[in-house]
Design a protein around this ligand. Structure first.
Ligand code: GLA
Length: 664
């Protein structure tokens, strides 16, 4: 298995390189990623190419047995280029042109930028495409990150209008599909259509959703431009990937991944001003996203956090054990290679305080020793582990367009898509049930249960698949605001939940949006949650069951006694509807009943212990920084994967301890 570091030789005197390579070899790494920000060095002026620095670095690294992944440097267009071709710069929604001076300062809709991209990628491919120790390519860096996913300049507007013409063919169709008769917005010429720049109120939701689709398509096309050039020149076994960040930006990771050999991911459980790492379930969900984006295939973590990160605010300091814990979590959920960010903290530039395995003094210390321990352990069982299969029994529906629709209309100031998706995903994570994230394109037949959180923007293909899945005996869990919007982002004219009414056995004639300061209560009336109470926040659907039975009701509001959670039989299966945002405790109780009835295997643990099965390998991950936690092992023979020692009955996990056992 590949375990490596992100290395920036251009940021250090060449006299330091040999020591870096000596320490890397001692650490046991076998791959580095370089050059993703090296455009100026490779093309110091227009049309003049100089690869000498990377030639030397690659020679030193590969002659010491370290393989190389090359980045195409298109996240950092050089000053000379921007100076001569300022139209490359992106424009924000207020019409402000983004300045040179940081990174990602280009619009994908600039034909000039495409030309420069083609030249530099072609030159690099011709230079390194046959090199025996260059194993692959990372195209660009974190597309769309740091608000670079949408640009609103003249070039973007013209490209958007072309995209719309392609999609709708006629203005009548566009006006129809957007409902432009509203507020006299009917377009009589394509050139009248704006990008959603600043307005006093809010833009038409259908225009906004199409703009996100357009931005995502433009990035997918830009990525493909680079991939096609590389594929046409480099050796067939040099892989091509991209290091995604999975946020709800206007990037469609699923579309883009079709052109890549596998997905890569930058795993930062904590960054910048965050005082605490994100929840273990949130990290796990990201890994599930990586697999989902490429049909369940293994992925690379191209940037695995090793030190505190931040620009002008330095974030949380990972504790002893965090590097190993987060590395093992990633591998247990489908990562097949780990590349740590970064080898050594830079002494200059915006990211001086993005710390690495080595800090500014370049001396090997705590983090270096922790990574060494990880590499030594993985040398004993890593290859087997990464080839072991990850078999999920439960899926969660994740549609990036639904995330965009929510981003356009969150409807409550307490709503955030990632937070609410996680609310309904987390209970399966804490029951240590393996999950996949699925889209409308995926087959649901192999799952026992499918969670469909906040299914606001519907997808008719998925709705049909879900109904089929349940009528064949599956279990579906829906949450509030399901079935509201049709694919053109119009609100359905049917009584809510629209096309899902018969399926859920309910009708919703009223609903209430709750802001951050507001809450109602819910009381359980059936099953494990009977008598249990929970706050009801963010949204309350006032459910009227038609065929469904009621599992919980609202309390302490004018609709006290109205159904809040229901259960309906549909065909041979069952559909649950959770009409509000509940607290974790009640969701855990409810999911216990649902998973038991759906005969889904759970692995109950105390505290913050995550258990992930991958083939015969079980990783036990204690995310608590303070609690030592016992884990009762099910019957059978358990051995430590690293040392083959027998483990009987119970595993005592220290704070942040990560242990992999083999179950025979
Ligand atoms: C990202 C980028 C890196 C660097 C790190 C800092 O993931 O890809 O270039 O900015 O974050 O943590």
């Amino acid at each position: 298995m590949y375990i490596g570091v992100d290395y920036y030789p251009e940021q250090w005197p060449k006299t330091r390189w040999a020591e870096d390579v000596r320490l890397m070899k001692e650490l046991g790494i076998n791959v580095v990623r370089i050059a993703e920000f090296g455009w100026q060095l490779m093309e110091p002026e227009e049309g003049v190419y100089d690869f000498s620095l990377y030639d030397e670095a690659i020679e030193l690294l590969t002659s010491n047995g370290i393989k190389v992944v090359l980045g195409t440097p298109t996240a950092t267009p050089p000053a000379w280029m921007i100076h001569s071709y300022p139209e490359i710069l992106p424009v924000d929604e207020n019409g402000v042109t983004i300045s040179f001076g940081a990174r990602r300062h280009y619009t994908v809709n600039s034909g000039k930028y495409h030309q420069f991209t083609k030249k530099i990628v072609t030159k690099m491919a011709e230079k390194y495409g046959q090199h025996p120790d260059i194993i692959g390519w990372q195209v660009d860096n974190e597309y769309g990150h740091e608000k670079s996913d949408r640009s609103y300049g003249a070039l973007d507007r013209a490209a958007f209008q072309c995209w719309l013409k392609e999609k709708y063919q006629t203005l009548d169709e566009l006006n129809q599909q957007w409902g432009t008769v509203f507020w006299s917005q009917t377009y009589t010429d394509w050139s009248q259509i704006p990008t959603p720049r600043k307005v006093y109120q809010e833009h038409n939701p259908s225009l906004l959703l199409d703009f996100d689709r357009f931005c995502a398509d433009a990035y997918t096309a830009y990525n493909k431009l680079q991939v096609d050039i590389l594929r046409s020149i480099v050796r067939k076994d040099q892989f091509i990937t991209h290091n995604f960040v999975f946020t709800d930006q206007a990037i469609n990771q699923w579309d883009m991944s079709k052109d890549l050999d596998f997905v890569s991911f930058d795993n930062y459980p904590v960054w910048g001003g965050l005082a605490e790492p994100i929840k273990p379930a949130a990290i796990a969900q990201q890994h599930d996203l990586c697999r989902s984006a490429k049909g369940g295939k293994n992925f690379w973590v191209m940037e695995e956090l090793s030190g505190a990160q931040g620009w002008s605010r330095i974030g949380y300091l990972p504790r002893p054990g965090h590097i190993k814990l987060w590395t093992y979590q990633a591998i247990s959920r489908g990562a097949e290679a780990i590349v740590y960010f970064r080898w050594r903290a830079a002494q200059f530039g915006t990211e001086e305080f993005c710390h690495g395995i080595l800090d500014h003094d370049g001396l090997p210390k705590r983090k270096y020793e922790e990574v060494k321990e990880v590499i030594q352990e993985l040398k004993t069982f890593g290859d087997e582990w990464i080839n072991a299969s990850y078999e999920a029994e439960v899926a969660a529906y994740y549609d990036i367009e639904n995330a965009w629709a929510w981003g356009i209309q969150p409807q409550s100031d307490a709503f955030a898509y990632k937070q609410e998706f996680l609310r309904f995903y987390r209970p399966v994570h804490s029951a240590n049930v393996l999950t996949d994230l699925v889209t409308a394109a995926d087959d649901l037949a192999r799952y026992k249960a499918v969670i469909v959180p906040i299914y606001f923007l519907t997808n008719s293909e998925f709705t049909e698949k879900l109904k089929q899945f349940v009528s064949n005996g599956g279990t579906a869990i829906l949450s509030y605001r399901a079935g509201v919007k049709e694919e053109n982002n119009f609100v359905t004219g049917q009584t809510l939940p629209g096309a899902l009414s018969e399926f859920t056995g309910i009708q919703i004639h009223e609903y209430e949006s709750l802001q951050t300061s507001q809450q109602n209560m819910v009381v359980g009336i059936k099953g494990t949650i009977k008598g249990q109470e929970s706050t009801a926040t963010i949204w309350c659907d006032l459910i009227e069951p038609t065929t469904a039975e009621v599992l919980a009701e609202y309390k302490g509001c004018f609709y006290e006694g109205t159904a809040a959670i229901t259960k309906n039989s549909f065909g041979k299966g069952t559909v649950y509807y959770i009409g509000t945002a509940l607290e974790d405790a009640m969701l855990d109780g409810l999911y216990d009943d649902i998973l038991a009835e759906a005969q889904v295997d759970t692995f109950k643990t105390n505290g913050e212990v995550e258990v992930v099965k991958r083939g015969q390998f079980y990783s036990f991950l204690n995310h608590s920084t303070t609690e030592t936690t016992p884990v009762k092992l099910p019957d059978g023979t358990w051995k430590t994967a690293a040392t083959n020692e027998l483990v009987k009955g119970e595993l005592m996990l220290k704070p942040l301890q990560a242990v992999v056992l083999i179950n025979e």
